[in-house]
Design a protein around this ligand. Structure first.
Ligand code: SF4
Length: 237
């Protein structure tokens, strides 16, 4: 069953690559930069995440400045990305923990650590979950990790790759086993592109989707014009 499903997922990833190309890793960002950027991406668009990140780096050029900033000042520059109060607190707590553990404000030594140890360390930081950890592992450290964000979770349930009831953590465990590690990078980025442009949370554009003939959610809507079955609520991380 899982072999057949893995084969099916592979063919659907091929269709996405035909549509969107095969993204390849470029320059790897600093692990700490990637970690903080991913924290800022929670519950907001990429545009607002990037605006908040740039505003923070302009006002506080080093991580040491960010750590020493008055909470209200940090909150103020992060406001454009939403949840500024929570994010400013989490970011300063993470920076404080990293300085305490490593004696300096960077995570460069993670590049030489075994993947499991780097993952365990990141997950121990307060406010850092599975998706954020996988983003640092994949994008900054070039390791085999498959982050499941809100787009990928929604698409995987609609396509029938995982059960409609699978939560993000379950979907993560299943998909990481069904997708070959060598495809993680391109699969992650192409699924996010599909989620942003086509398989949107409230208004999926099924008629123009490259996966429409293989999608359970689209098949359910053929006769009624609207999807039936378990309703998928947008998931926020
Ligand atoms: S066919 Fe529709 S529901 Fe299925 S993956 Fe494409 S856009 Fe999403």
């Amino acid at each position: 069953m899982s072999e057949a499903l893995a084969g099916r997922i592979g063919r659907e990833l091929d269709l996405l690559e035909r549509e969107f190309g095969r993204p390849r890793p470029g320059r790897r960002p600093a692990p700490l930069d990637e970690l903080i950027l991913t924290i800022l991406s929670q519950h907001t668009s990429d545009g607002n995440r990037d605006r908040a990140y740039r505003a923070m780096r302009r006002r506080f050029p080093t991580w040491s400045h960010v750590l020493r900033a008055r909470r209200e000042q940090l909150e103020d520059v992060l406001r454009v990305g939403g949840l500024a109060r929570k994010k400013s607190r989490v970011i300063q707590e993470i920076l404080r923990a990293i300085r305490r553990d490593r004696g300096r404000l960077d995570l460069e030594d993670l590049r030489t650590w075994p993947t499991d140890e780097a993952k365990t360390y990141l997950l121990r930081l307060k406010g850092v979950g599975e998706k954020t950890t996988c983003c640092v592992l994949l994008f900054a450290l070039g390791r085999a990790a498959f982050p499941v964000d809100t787009h990928i979770h929604r698409i995987a349930r609609r396509l029938g790759w995982v059960s409609p009831k699978a939560d993000a953590s379950r979907a993560h465990a299943l998909l990481a086993g069904l997708i070959p590690a060598a495809r993680y990078y391109a699969a992650h980025l192409n699924l996010i592109t599909l989620g942003r442009r086509v398989c949107r949370a409230r208004t999926p554009a099924c008629p123009s989707c490259p996966l429409r003939r293989r999608c359970r959610y689209a098949a359910r809507s053929v006769h009624t014009g609207r999807p039936r079955g378990p309703r998928l609520r947008p998931t926020l991380y």
